[in-house]
Design a protein around this ligand. Structure first.
Ligand SMILES: [Fe+2]
Length: 275
């Protein structure tokens, strides 16, 4: 079953007990896969319990899809085991790198937009989809530098990965906005390059703009210009499963649900106009 076309929330540890107890009417839940790479314990037990009520998305941060090191077979095996157990509605990862010389870096690091990097990423997306026996959603990241060797735009690279591998896209509207401001491009050029039928999920989050460069902190409400872009994305692509991420300075659950409700209202308003 795919994700419901509704707004969901990223489930983080401070909210698990409350979500379990109250089962708020939110469309679905997304969790970070690596937090559940365990054989038992309370976190996995909670996820087992919640999957009876909610569709679950497994969102990975550690696969290093764009690294030149060999794919981490143990990581893939743990992800496969978790997916077989939870039967998620989707499995996603980031278009980034994070392994080098056998070491893992806890960051989502940017790729050069070159043919070589494109071929490498596509090979690895194919390999992951084969290993999991599932379709993968890949997410565009926020990045704070660009490479002099870039041979294409970010949006050309992202669209090419989807075209060459058959994977779906997790389109992060906040990341598009952050990169558009920091690197000086028109987000609408990005939108125009993305095939809407390949967008299987949208992410929204808050950024920090305290220092002349927008930082994708996932630590605030979604900013007004990102809501405006989200509305444009829904008008262009149609309503999509939409996830509000909040990972630092995590607020009360009610605040997160309020953000998800805002996304839900925007989707419903666009649906009403289309009808
Ligand atoms: Fe995201």
């Amino acid at each position: 079953m795919p994700l419901p076309v509704a707004a969901g929330i990223g489930l983080r540890a401070p909210h698990v007990a409350q979500v379990r107890a109250e089962r708020p009417p939110v469309g679905w839940l997304e969790v970070h896969s690596e937090n559940y790479f365990v054989d038992g314990g309370p976190a996995l037990a909670a996820l087992d319990a919640l999957r009876a009520t909610y569709a679950i998305s497994l969102h990975g941060v550690g696969l290093a899809l764009g690294s030149a090191d060999p794919l981490d077979g143990a990581h893939l095996a743990r992800l496969r085991r978790l997916a077989d157990r939870i039967e998620p509605a989707s499995v996603s990862e980031h278009l980034c790198w994070g392994h080098v010389d056998g070491r893992h870096l806890n960051d989502l690091l940017p790729l050069p937009f070159t043919d070589e990097a494109l071929k490498l990423v596509c090979r690895r997306v194919d390999a992951v989809q084969t290993a999991l026996g599932r379709e993968l959603l890949v997410e565009n990241i926020s990045a704070y530098l660009r490479f002099a060797c870039d041979a294409m735009t970010e949006w050309e690279f992202v669209a090419a990965v989807a075209a060459h591998t058959g994977c779906k896209l997790l389109f992060d509207v906040n990341n598009v906005y952050v990169n558009a401001v920091n690197h000086g491009f028109d987000p609408r050029a990005y939108f125009a390059a993305i095939p809407g039928q390949r967008v299987a999920e949208i992410h929204l989050a808050g950024f920090d703009d305290s220092g002349g460069c927008l930082l994708d902190t996932h630590g605030a409400r979604v900013a007004p210009p990102v809501w405006a872009l989200y509305r444009e994305a829904i008008e262009r692509f149609g309503p999509k499963p939409t996830l509000v991420e909040w990972d630092t300075d995590i607020p009360a659950l009610e605040v997160l649900l309020d953000e998800a409700n805002q996304a839900q209202r925007i989707m419903e308003a666009c649906d009403a106009v289309a009808a």
